[in-house]
Write a protein that binds this ligand. Structure first.
Ligand code: SAM
Length: 168
């Protein structure tokens, strides 16, 4: 298995500098430095050796969507979909739309903005978003999953966001 890790150049460089040789992946890992919001990262991924036609891909897009404006999230999903052979899987998460304006969320949203990483995007219908792009999605609220693990969240289902596992 090859894992392609796509992130901003400065983040990959910092990670590699910190980990050095201390941690060795048990698979082949290829860092692909890109800006997922603006770049045509499909080309960079192909240059790194990725071939969609080789078979199904498992995409893990965790903790990213909320940082991008809506147009960039849609473009990201379009690109992922175009690069996914039948049987590919997508594991991702979304912030609930209501969270972005909820008074309870203000302290966190202000903190993120202060760190230069403002949250832009939320949705309440990840299933439709993915169905439009040929994915069959199973969506669970973070509140449900948390409760099942004995970790209830304040704010309830409508503020908690979504964990998504989809198959193409
Ligand atoms: C909350 S972290 C999630 C970490 C991720 N699940 C992982 O295992 O590395 C958000 C990640 O998204 C990356 N990110 C945010 N905006 C990005 C962009 N425009 N292009 C590439 N990466 C971006 C950040 O650099 C950060 O590593």
């Amino acid at each position: 298995m090859t894992v392609y890790e796509l992130d901003r150049p400065e983040i990959l460089a910092r990670k590699e500098g910190l980990l050095g040789d201390a941690v060795r992946p048990t698979c082949r890992r290829v860092g692909v430095p890109v800006d997922l919001a603006t770049a045509d990262w499909g080309e960079a991924l192909a240059d790194a050796g990725f071939r969609a036609a080789d078979g199904p891909t498992c995409w893990l897009v965790e903790g990213l969507n909320q940082y991008l404006p809506e147009t960039d999230v849609l473009a990201l999903l379009d690109r992922i979909s175009a690069l996914s052979a039948p049987g590919s899987r997508l594991l991702t998460d979304f912030v609930a739309r209501a969270f972005l304006t909820a008074p309870e969320a203000h302290p966190l949203l202000r903190l993120m903005e202060g760190w230069g990483a403002p949250w832009h995007y939320g949705t309440d219908d990840p299933e439709a978003l993915l169905a439009e792009r040929g994915w069959r999605a199973e969506v669970r609220s973070v509140a449900e999953v948390g409760a099942a693990m004995g970790r209830p969240l304040p704010g309830g289902r409508e503020l908690s966001g979504w964990l998504v596992e989809a198959v193409r």
